[in-house]
Ligand binder design. Structure first.
Ligand SMILES: Cc1cc2nc3c(=O)[nH]c(=O)nc-3n(C[C@H](O)[C@H](O)[C@H](O)COP(=O)(O)OP(=O)(O)OC[C@H]3O[C@@H](n4cnc5c(N)ncnc54)[C@H](O)[C@@H]3O)c2cc1C
Length: 480
């Protein structure tokens, strides 16, 4: 008799698992419940849709619902919300079209993702105040900008976009406020600036892009200012005000006019379903999982933004709500369910972001306090180096911060900012982290060189060399 694999959530984690099971064990019945109308969509592309680099939201969809049903034989149910899991009875309760039913499963994957955090400000319900976490909000923001949100389509006839339709007749904004200087906030600042809007970016911490480290953040902040973004650092937003539609942002320092606001202050994992079913959460607040993505309930897996993963540097549970983590874990769980037990893999927290003409990337542990909390004694260096041979035209200065554990010399992490080839250089560091290398070993890596692409000593090698020297000096001081 064929097994029934039920998946809750139809995006990166859920659809990766569905596709993998159908490929490896086609006889498995795969049922996906997705409460919305979109599946397999690239939320990561939404800032570029708002900016206008991507014309249509549909371009962000990797595989359409029809393809999942007709070509991959997945029983995909859109507009179906799973409201309860009974792990003893092995059933989920599903609500759709005002009806409720029970669906039995043999194995279950919870891939419910995360939600945008909405801080408890006054005025978050005003028109013109958005988060950007789902496709409909991206469409609504573009509609509010006065840019055709659904080129070639009639919004009113579509099954989604009701929120966007509200904005069709509203006056386009002049001044936009972005609350939160994380990677989504920085991407949205660039998106709005492309529409020639006055952009104000509010961040309550001393720097934007906190996970990328101070050195990278300072370079980004200078660049944002050069691009005309009004940066309000160490500024806590207290409220939004306006008559029906937002008109200003209130901070502890005063008021700033804004007729469109995007709040991007982070995400929290969607864990209610798991928690209500008695499934254990981990120390980060996301669903606790083992190396195969199994939860504390038998035959129930969790993956993606709702679940924890193991940090490859600290060995501790971590919550890294990023796309590859979700896709990779979903695919591995699909393989496991199909009969080939496959670990979901560890995460180094590798991430990258474009900030206008700059590229910024990070991997591993670069924060001193985080390193100490994980039991390391961090030593770090920050260097600048050219991205190409000094005589070759073009190129850009790269700033690299690299961190190692003093006593062992083990590489802990790095961040890089500059004008070109930044993510690929961080990927080298990420590979070294997964291999558990020391800085000496990184210093001796055989990396590609030709004048248009790097100096003979790639900046990653230079950073490792300088760091290795500092680690050695720290060791000698400790021994003296
Ligand atoms: C603006 C933005 C930019 C981003 N940029 C990047 C980037 O550049 N790089 C990167 O790595 N990551 C990026 N991300 C993060 C990335 O999109 C997520 O990590 C990824 O989508 C997580 O996939 P997931 O399947 O775990 O969750 P989600 O994509 O959130 O999907 C979960 C799905 O589950 C559904 N669901 C939830 N609860 C239920 C229920 N009870 N019943 C039925 N269905 C349910 C939801 O409707 C949703 O469709 C970005 C995210 C955003 C919002």
């Amino acid at each position: 008799m064929s097994q029934t694999f039920v998946i809750v959530g139809g995006d990166a984690a859920g659809m990766s698992a569905a596709s993998k099971v159908k490929r490896d064990a086609p006889e498995t019945e795969v049922i996906v419940f997705e409460k919305g109308q979109w599946v397999s969509y690239a939320a990561c592309g939404m800032p570029y849709y708002v900016k206008g680099d991507v014309e249509s939201l549909e371009d962000l969809v990797a595989v359409t619902p029809e393809e999942f049903v007709e070509e991959r034989d997945v029983d995909l149910r859109l507009g179906h919300e799973v409201v309860a899991v009974d792990a003893d009875a092995r059933t989920v309760t599903v609500e759709a079209d005002g009806e409720s039913f029970e669906q039995p499963y043999d194995t279950l994957l919870i891939g419910t993702g995360a939600h945008a955090i909405v801080p408890p400000f006054e005025g978050t319900d005003l028109d013109g105040v958005f988060t950007i976490h789902d496709m409909d909000s991206a469409r609504a923001i573009r509609e509010a900008l006065g840019v055709d949100a659904a080129p070639g389509a009639d919004l009113g006839d579509m099954g989604y976009g009701a929120e966007a339709a509200e904005y069709t007749d509203m006056a386009a904004p002049d001044t936009v406020a972005v609350v939160g200087g994380g990677y989504v906030g920085v991407e949205m600042a660039e998106a709005f600036a492309a529409h020639d809007l006055e952009v104000h970016l509010f961040e309550m911490l001393p720097h934007v892009l906190q996970p990328f480290g101070e050195a990278a953040a300072e370079v980004v902040e200078d660049h944002l200012r050069e691009q005309g973004v009004h940066l309000h650092l160490e500024t806590r937003v207290e409220a939004f005000e306006g008559e029906g539609r937002v008109q200003r942002v209130v901070t502890e320092d005063g008021e700033t006019p804004a007729d469109l606001v995007v709040v991007g202050v982070g995400v929290a994992p969607n864990v209610d379903l798991a928690e209500d079913a008695g499934i254990e959460l981990g120390p980060t607040g996301a669903i606790a999982t083992d190396e195969y993505g199994r939860t504390s309930a038998e035959d129930v897996f969790a993956a993606g933004d709702c679940a924890e993963a193991t940090n490859t540097v600290t060995g501790e549970p971590d919550h890294v709500p990023l796309a590859l983590t979700a896709n990779r874990a979903g695919r591995a769980i699909g393989q496991t369910v199909a009969g080939d037990p496959t670990p979901v893999g560890e995460t180094a927290g590798t991430a990258t972001v474009k900030a206008f003409d700059l590229e910024v990337a990070r991997t591993g542990v670069i924060d001193d306090e985080e390193a100490r909390d994980a039991g390391f004694d961090p030593v770090s260096v920050t260097i600048t180096a050219p991205s190409r041979a000094h005589y070759y035209p073009g190129g850009s200065e790269l700033t690299i911060t690299m961190v190692a554990d003093g006593p062992t010399g083990t590489l802990l992490g790095a961040s890089i900012v500059g004008g070109e080839d930044v993510p690929k250089r961080v990927d080298t560091v990420a590979a070294a982290l997964h291999a558990g290398m020391t800085v000496d070993e990184v210093e001796n890596l055989d990396l590609a060189y030709a004048p248009p692409f790097s100096p003979v000593w790639d900046p990653v090698l230079t950073a490792a060399k300088v760091l290795a020297g500092k680690v050695e000096a720290a060791r000698e001081t400790a021994e003296a």
